[in-house]
Design a protein around this ligand. Structure first.
Ligand code: HEC
Length: 107
């Protein structure tokens, strides 16, 4: 492999990787805004109309802070309390992305 070709390959993989990471983050955020924010609020505070009506706990609640990523994925997949399960409407990857975003809202 020539030097030029090798740097081209390296450059291409860097661009691909950066693209994949950027996409994963915005995908989780986009899914959250489309499917979750109505109840959990734009910043996870459940301060929206439906969130208040359903008494969704804000991410500042100690009960929510106790949730691990795995427990959140579980709750999103199979539903919890009055929340419907999402395993039939979202893919495994979408659930992981959206939960990563939701989890990042916990301060
Ligand atoms: C129709 C309203 C509604 C929507 C939409 C909704 N949730 Fe929930 N969610 C709830 C309710 C109610 C609970 C019950 C627990 C509580 O009081 O917070 C809950 C609980 C959870 C929990 C357990 C931790 C916690 O906050 O109590 C997670 C994690 C969660 N939701 C993630 C999601 C994700 C991710 C989405 C979008 C894919 C979503 N929710 C969409 C209403 C909703």
């Amino acid at each position: 492999m020539t030097k030029v070709m090798r740097s081209l390959v390296v450059l291409a993989s860097v661009v691909l990787l950066a693209g994949a990471v950027g996409f994963a983050q915005s995908a989780g955020e986009a899914t959250y805004k489309a499917k979750c924010q109505n109840c959990h609020g734009p910043t996870g505070l459940a301060d929206s109309g439906i969130g208040k009506a359903m008494k969704v706990k804000p991410v500042t609640d100690p009960e929510v802070k106790k949730f691990t990523m795995a427990a959140m994925i579980e709750a999103t997949k199979n539903g919890t309390g009055k929340m419907q399960p999402y395993k039939n409407t979202l893919t495994e990857a979408q659930i992981k992305d959206v939960v990563a975003y939701f989890h990042s809202l916990i301060k």
